[in-house]
Design a protein around this ligand. Structure first.
Ligand code: DAH
Length: 341
């Protein structure tokens, strides 16, 4: 066997099992390195070769060099392909895996409830008027026909900031501002915070109300009930009905409490409606002539209705919350459960 064949055999032997670029590179260095490579070492032997064999020897060295190069190139190509394949596989993305849940907050239940109410009434053509939380005695009480000796004016019920200014106890105060600023037809909705010195499982010193006011020619209680029927069906479900009961508010005459049929039992009687089949949801009435007059609106020409809904109460009924404090404690375990947007 010639030297050249020996080297070829040795090369093939050493090439076995080399499948990664790193070890193939080592092999390339071992055989083709300019200084230490085995093939180049042969060239250095040239001077010891007899003159007439020199040409042949040189040719064989070159053939060997080409052969080694060809083999290495093939191995390198194979290795590169395998390595690329490996990379593709290790970086493979399974597009069918469900995405990580993006934790999203939801609106506070009171805001959700308020938005639902606003949407419903906006759909009936109501405009929004947001009054101010600080009012004076005139707008909160006097203009609303509340007698000087009315218990609501009492220090125990109202937070006074001064003898004249107070934190509004009802969004009804907004009615006066609107009627002073605008002549009929009026159709406004006034949501906002109100304040009363009251604190138990169903009352909080700060809560929210939504006032509605419609003033135009020929407005009656029937218009009120028609709108409220639509309202309760949209909030508490189809088939919910309303019932009006006589009541008293200084700013309406007649005044009514409005009940809706119990949406938990459908009116048969249950724990929620305390066996009556009905749940009280709001106060309302025909705007008192005196209130219209206080705002410069002629009661012989115009009439109107008004209503006031407690938003926390509406939300508590809808979402089954039994203590109003749960709405103010910001406990995410509670708030996360209510996503009705
Ligand atoms: N302001 C009343 C309250 O705070 C609610 C109310 C009752 C508003 C009758 C009205 C109404 O507009 O007509 O309890």
């Amino acid at each position: 066997m010639s030297r050249f064949d020996e080297i070829r055999e040795k090369f093939l032997e050493e090439a076995k099992g080399r499948t990664d670029s790193r070890s193939i590179y080592e092999l390339r260095k071992k055989y083709l390195d300019r200084k230490a490579g085995e093939v180049n070492a042969l060239m250095k032997e040239m001077r010891n070769i007899p003159k007439d064999e020199k040409a042949d020897f040189g040719k064989n060295v070159n053939l060997l060099k080409d052969w080694v190069l060809e083999n290495l190139t093939k191995m390198e190509e194979k290795a590169r392909e395998a390595e690329l394949q490996h990379r593709y596989e290790s970086e493979k993305i399974d597009v069918t895996i469900p995405a990580d849940k993006d934790p999203r907050g939801n609106l506070h239940p009171i805001t959700q409830m308020k938005n639902q109410m606003v949407d419903i009434f906006a759909g009936m053509g109501f405009e929004i008027y947001e009054g101010t939380e600080i009012e004076n005695d005139y707008y909160n009480f006097t203009a609303l026909n509340t007698p000087m000796d009315h218990p609501a004016r009492d220090m125990q019920d109202t937070f006074y900031l001064s003898p004249e200014y107070l934190l509004r106890t009802q969004t009804s105060a907004g009615q006066i501002h609107v009627m002073e600023a605008k002549k009929p037809p009026i159709k406004i909705l006034s949501p906002g915070k109100v304040f009363r010195s009251d604190d138990d499982a169903t009352h909080s010193p700060m809560f929210s109300q939504m006032e509605g006011l419609v003033v135009d020619k020929g407005i009656t209680l029937c218009d009120l009930q028609g709108m409220l029927d639509e309202f309760v069906q949209q909030v508490y479900g189809e088939g919910t009905r309303t019932r009006l009961r006589p009541s008293f508010f200084p700013f309406t005459e007649p005044s009514v409490e409005v009940d809706c049929s119990c949406f938990a039992c459908g009116g048969k009687g249950c724990k929620l409606c305390k066996g009556t089949g009905w749940i009280e949801i709001l106060g309302a009435g025909v705007v008192n002539n005196k209130v219209l007059e206080n705002c410069g609106i002629d009661p012989n020409e115009y009439s109107g209705f008004a209503f006031g809904i407690g938003i926390e109460r509406a939300a508590m009924l809808k979402y089954g919350i039994n203590n109003i404090k749960l709405l103010f404690e910001s406990d995410l375990r509670v708030l996360e459960q209510i996503n009705d947007a």
